[in-house]
Design a binder for this molecule. Structure first.
Ligand SMILES: [Zn+2]
Length: 120
């Protein structure tokens, strides 16, 4: 599986729609490819923010792609506007799978955000 395959399958994988074989190949690639791992983190982040926040209006793929284009290439320097919202609400709301706010707390996105901001 190359980078292009991984990008194609990320969305399905995060919804558990990938078969075990593909899932394993994807995981193996992500472990060895920082660029795709970064892409996966961004995908998680956007799913969390856009789809859990507005479950009745799932984010279109086009909107996701636009936001992904703004995902900072390096941490800290240039955060898109919505990052501020997330940090603001991280500790304000309760968190967890039933917390339907921007907070990534106790959700899958938290793991990725934490890794992202601690890597530099
Ligand atoms: Zn890759």
């Amino acid at each position: 599986m190359d980078c292009e395959d991984v990008r194609l399958h990320l969305h399905d994988d995060q919804r558990g729609h990938l078969g075990p074989e593909l899932h394993r190949e994807l995981r193996t690639h992500l472990e060895g490819c920082p660029a795709c791992a970064h892409e996966e983190a961004a995908e998680h982040m956007l799913t969390e923010v856009l789809e859990r926040r507005l479950p009745q209006h799932p984010a279109s793929l086009a909107l996701k792609r636009r936001l992904l284009a703004q995902w900072p290439a390096a941490p800290v320097e240039s955060r898109p506007w919505w990052m501020g919202v997330i940090w603001w609400e991280w500790f304000v709301s309760g968190g967890g799978p039933n917390d339907n706010t921007y907070s990534p707390r106790d959700k899958p996105a938290e793991k990725f955000l934490t890794a992202w901001y601690h890597r530099g």
